[in-house]
Ligand binder design. Structure first.
Ligand SMILES: [Zn+2]
Ligand SMILES: [Zn+2]
Length: 393
């Protein structure tokens, strides 16, 4: 077996340069044209079979020469966010209002180095590795790649992904089995009434009062409809209605997200959506109002498979050189790797990057967000070790 640590150190400056180049040139979901071209050329240079999928997605297949065996999928996401960067970094975004504010620049760079090192040593493993470079993670692009067949030919036996994660301290890992990231449903809601003058509210149907009551009423679902031990967060992120101080508006538009981490998602998700609508319907009916509710399905919950989690655990100590740096981790955040985790045994590892000295202590999607670049090499090593263990055992 080759010296993994030594080889990663040889490539660390390339790893950082790749990340900074992606950081400086961020691209929004399904517009990752430049990134996708760099990735695709890089994988071709390594002698891989490379395909484009889902507009800007790239799949590189690396076959081991150690014999036939399983296929492991490794996923990195490439998209940036519509955020104006304020970090002041020398390699800050060159594109106004577009920024890598979630660490996907780091994920792409890490996975290219993982691919390069494993391509250098294809004689040391059996089976194959499918490197997926995914577009549009922030708006649930995974399903488009799955629909285009990324889990077939060769059929995928297991999948892993990592996320550089600022809620976890640098040097540590967030990792748990079972459902670890929440189910997310986005919604648009219109409350419909009848316009009038604010001096004669009894002649109108006040959509604004209805909106206020709905925002409040749905908050009780988490305790009155569902077990209070099950986390659910119903949040409204926008509300628009009315045009003048003395006019009763006939329409208020709201939008938000429902996030929950319940056991038995398939049984409970319809119950959540039904209870949410029942609460809206009851509130509106009591005020003589109508409503229109539309869901924009986002992500199912992300399920970490216990055997895949144990694979990462086995690799973590060798990678970090310390014991016990793994924290139990769950969150209501959504991640579209969830779609893959619903179909094949999967694991997502949260690589801690919170480090005040490196100024990587801002939340994801913040205009000051940055990663602790020192942690990227650990991410790469963890995935190289995981791949070799998964394919050779
Ligand atoms: Zn994000
Ligand atoms: Zn992300």
């Amino acid at each position: 077996m080759f010296d993994i640590k030594k080889e990663i150190l040889n490539y660390e400056s390339e790893l950082i340069a790749l990340r900074r180049d992606f950081h400086e040139n961020p691209e929004l979901g399904y517009h990752e044209f430049r990134t996708s071209k760099i990735v695709s050329d890089y994988l071709k240079n390594l002698g891989m079979e490379v395909k484009n999928v889902a507009k800007t997605g790239v799949v590189g297949l690396l076959r081991g020469t150690g014999g036939p065996g399983k296929t492991l999928l490794m996923r990195a996401d490439m998209d940036a966010l519509p955020v104006e960067e304020k970090t002041g970094l020398p390699y800050s975004s060159k594109t106004p209002n577009v920024m890598h504010a979630c660490g996907h620049d780091g994920h792409t760079a890490i996975q290219l180095i993982v691919a390069k090192i494993l391509a250098n040593h294809r004689d040391e493993f059996k089976g194959a590795i499918k490197f997926i470079f995914q577009p549009n993670e922030e708006e649930a692009g995974a399903l488009d790649m799955i629909n285009e067949g990324i889990l077939q030919s060769p059929k995928v036996d297991g999948a892993c992904a990592l996320h550089l994660w600022s809620p976890v301290k640098t040097g540590r890992i967030g990792l748990s089995s079972g459902p670890v990231l929440g189910t997310t449903e986005e919604f648009e809601l219109k409350i419909l009434g009848k316009a009038g003058h604010t001096s004669t509210p009894h002649t109108a149907k006040d959509a604004l009062l209805g909106a206020a009551k709905v925002v409040d009423a749905v908050q009780s679902l988490g305790t009155r409809e569902f077990d209070p031990l099950w986390p659910i967060a119903i949040m409204f992120g926008k509300i628009h209605g009315g045009s003048a101080r003395n006019v009763i508006t006939d329409c208020v538009e709201l939008g938000g997200t429902i996030r929950f981490l319940f056991p038995d998602e398939n049984v409970n998700k319809p119950k959540v959506l039904e209870a949410f609508e029942k609460s809206i319907r009851g509130t509106c009916e009591s005020l003589g109002l109508g409503y229109e509710l539309k869901y924009i399905p986002s992500n199912p919950s992300l399920i970490n498979d216990p055997s895949m989690v144990s694979l990462i655990r086995q690799c973590a100590e060798e990678t970090y050189g310390v014991k016990d740096n793994i924290d139990e981790f769950k969150s209501l955040a959504g991640e579209d790797f969830a779609e893959i985790s619903q179909r094949v045994p999967s694991v997502m590892t949260f690589i801690g990057i919170y480090n005040e000295a490196a100024k990587s202590c801002y939340p994801h999607h913040h205009s000051n967000f940055d990663i602790d670049e020192d942690m990227m090499k650990y991410g790469a090593e963890l995935h190289i070790r995981a791949a070799l263990k998964f394919l050779n055992n």
